[in-house]
Design a binder for this molecule. Structure first.
Ligand code: SAM
Length: 313
């Protein structure tokens, strides 16, 4: 057995172990197991894409990392960091560019919410870019993520930023400890990692308004009702919001599968997230009241398959 085969077999045993009768994830466990078996060869994967993927209920199925605990969180985040840092396709670079341009233009102290921050790679790239240009603004980024593992990874990831970046970890951030924490001196950047549930933001921070909020590769993890709720919260609690995620494309899923074929955890993440992504038609509906831009290609015509939606009040 090679390393890839061993990983597939390990994931299949894990899925079998968490398959308790009555579990709310039985459907997802079943579909993830079928997928894992199909990736034994590229031919059987293509058969799965053709025959099984169209039958999957995208609102009901969850990704491997969203079922039964956090066994594969670390692996997924580490792989995602590599992908997001890569020059090709420049996975999150359109978003980083837009956010940094907005920050520079504002030129005032800013309070930012990074929602579903994960490894905080997006915030890391934003900070790196604004620091390069001798940023003199006081910036506080509150990185919301309800997973403990994500925060550990984010802390390690952000520690590569040098100089005037302060990282604070606070299990549950309240409005009381929020205010002293956000009093930064000039020319300082602070990142507060907290586990507050994003859906409690309105209650937790009644008197606080964020200047900017952003999220990347987060929205597809939510169900329909949560997506609507997230948009409502964002509209109430931030002046401008940047939403970035992939859009649904079967061809895109196949192309991405080729690149991450060796890594079954990332492969399953890429394919199942693609199933859950908004379709282009759904995104078109947003164009009525918000700006939506598709990024089909990245650097050197590499496949990117993402969209950026800007909600500007
Ligand atoms: C795929 S990751 C995205 C990470 C990151 N934004 C990036 O681009 O690499 C989604 C993250 O959202 C977090 N998450 C999911 N639901 C959440 C909730 N209700 N409140 C806070 N965080 C949540 C998960 O723990 C996970 O780390």
């Amino acid at each position: 057995m090679n390393i890839r085969e061993k990983k597939i077999s390990e994931i299949l045993s894990y899925l079998e172990k968490i398959k308790h009768p009555g579990s709310e994830h039985l459907y997802s466990i079943h579909e993830n197991s079928k997928f894992m078996k199909s990736i034994a060869s590229f031919k059987s994967f293509l058969d799965w894409i053709k025959n099984e993927a169209p039958l999957i209920n995208k609102d009901k199925v969850s990704e491997l990392t969203d079922i039964g605990g956090s066994n594969y969180d670390e692996e997924l985040h580490e792989s995602l960091i590599k992908l997001e840092r890569g020059f090709i396709p420049g996975f999150i670079s359109p978003l980083v560019k837009k956010i940094t341009a907005y920050i520079k233009e504002s030129n005032t102290p800013l309070l930012i919410a990074d929602l579903g921050s994960g490894s905080a790679e997006l915030s890391r790239q934003v900070i790196k870019k604004i620091s390069k240009n001798h940023n003199k603004q006081s910036i506080t980024i509150v990185a919301f993520d309800n997973s403990e593992i994500s925060h550990l990874i984010a802390q390690k990831n952000l520690s590569s930023l040098k100089n005037n970046v302060e990282i604070v970890r606070k299990k549950i951030l309240s409005e009381c400890d929020f205010l002293p924490l956000t009093k930064n001196g000039n020319n300082t950047i602070k990142v507060i990692l907290c586990s507050n549930d994003i859906f409690n933001i309105e209650n937790d921070f009644k008197n606080i308004q964020f200047d900017i909020s952003y999220h990347s590769f987060f929205k597809h993890h939510l169900n329909k009702a949560q997506k609507v709720k997230l948009d409502e919260i964002i509209k109430k609690k931030s002046k401008i919001a940047f939403e970035y995620d992939g859009y649904h494309s079967i061809l895109g899923a196949i192309i991405q599968a080729v690149f991450v074929w060796k890594n079954p955890v990332l492969l399953s993440g890429a394919v199942f997230s693609n199933l859950r992504y908004y379709s282009k038609l759904e995104l078109k509906e947003f164009s009525n009241d918000t700006k939506v831009h598709l990024y089909r290609f990245g650097k050197f015509l590499s496949y990117r398959g993402t969209y950026l939606r800007i909600i500007d009040q």
